[in-house]
Design a protein around this ligand. Structure first.
Ligand code: NAP
Length: 349
């Protein structure tokens, strides 16, 4: 009886939810790109929940952002155990929204989470041990109110833990059904190659790699990682393609009060912005000369590369989401523009 009431409630919510979303969301305005040589297609632009979805943020705006993103064809949402603040609260908020608004759309969504950075106190609350990764994944599933995630990442390399141990946790996550695929983030090339091989030997493929990649951060390109991923058939999702907002017009003349760089809990510090300001202004002028905005150019630049499956953005509100997704209507940079960008911000280690 309890089950039937639960099922009935779910069906009523489904009927309601179907009316909530744009039925034209897969009409071609959002391109989907193949993730390496896997069967998975990801939206050209995916949405991350690092900032602006924690308990300190506006829950209703977070909900509007998720709904609007889905309406515009963004099917991939990226999380980590410690997104907030406080740690875990982004997953909790997303879990609430998944239940209230997406209960009938789980199979249309591709949801990732990660473990490895600081999460809870004590010796098992971070790093690359099997204990940390699997306990963290179980916690994430509870907060997200999901039976499984689509990708479980090792969030960062841990030089003090044998790669075999960390990879065995990813393999168990997949083989136990808690995750459909494994992913790696921020591993340098040598360690990445070893990790992928160990996973393969355990019968699990690395689906996707997540590096920071933008006009202002090109060391993973210079290092040859993007080329290697393509040769191996591993997808690549480029995080912070707007360099945390530096590749938008907001920092041309200083640090606006409401920006990430002005927030004490943010990961972007004012001195980082100031150090890049000359380049940012030069890139802004270049974008203007080509009748586009700096952030549209920045997204199109990341997506120019066939090695990149998806640009993984963050947004603070629906207006920013709409604005950034509109980059998909902007022209791809031609060779002359790419050369001019290289002259300002070359790829180097
Ligand atoms: N694997 C990892 O270690 C790792 C690390 C970092 C991030 N990530 C993933 O990557 C995702 C994206 O990172 P990110 O938030 O740094 O990405 P980003 O897209 O480079 O920067 C997002 C920020 O840029 C500003 N912005 C966005 N659109 C704008 C617009 N149209 N106009 C003006 N400003 C705009 C907003 O900052 P303001 O608040 O200043 O307006 C926004 O929060 C994260 O959520 C996470 O999923 C992964």
């Amino acid at each position: 009886m309890k089950f039937r009431i639960h099922e009935l409630g779910k069906r009523i919510r489904c009927l309601h939810a179907h009316r909530m979303f744009d039925t034209a969301r897969y009409d071609g305005r959002m391109p989907y790109r193949r993730c390496g040589d896997s069967g998975i297609l990801l939206p050209a632009i995916s949405l991350g929940f690092w900032h602006n979805f924690g308990a300190v943020d506006d829950f209703e705006e977070a909900r509007r952002i998720m709904r609007r993103a889905f309406d515009r064809g963004v099917t991939h949402f990226d999380l980590a155990n410690n997104y907030g603040p406080p740690f875990g609260s982004a997953e909790e908020n997303v879990g609430r929204i998944l239940v209230s608004d997406f209960v009938c759309h789980r199979d249309e969504l591709f949801i990732s989470t990660k473990a490895g950075h600081d999460m809870w106190n004590g010796p098992y609350g971070k790093n690359g041990s099997r204990k940390h990764l699997l306990a963290s994944l179980d916690q994430s599933l509870k907060r997200l109110r999901l039976d499984y995630v689509d990708v479980f990442y090792s969030h960062c390399p841990d030089p003090d833990t044998r790669l075999e141990e960390t990879m065995s946790a990813l393999a168990t996550a997949v083989q136990s059904g808690r995750a459909l695929y494994a992913g790696l983030s921020k591993y340098p090339l040598k360690r990445l190659k070893k990790a992928v091989k160990i996973l393969q030997d355990m019968g699990v493929r690395c689906l996707i790699y997540q590096p920071p990649y933008s006009i202002l951060q090109r060391e993973y390109e210079a290092d040859g990682i993007l080329d290697w991923l393509q040769d191996e058939g591993i997808g690549c999702i480029a995080f912070s393609p707007l360099a945390q907002g530096m590749l938008t017009p907001k920092y041309f003349d200083g640090i606006p009060e409401d920006s990430r760089a002005a927030k004490p809990e943010g990961f972007l510090q004012a001195d980082q912005v100031i150090a890049q300001q000359e380049k940012i202004r030069a890139l802004g002028l270049l974008a203007e000369a080509h009748d586009t905005s700096l952030h549209h150019l920045a997204i199109r630049w990341v997506l120019r590369s066939q090695q990149v499956t998806s640009a993984l953005i963050g947004v603070r509100n629906v207006a920013q989401l709409d604005d950034t997704l509109d980059a998909l209507h902007a022209p791809a940079p031609d060779d002359a523009l790419l050369d001019a960008i290289n002259a300002i911000a070359p790829a180097k280690l």
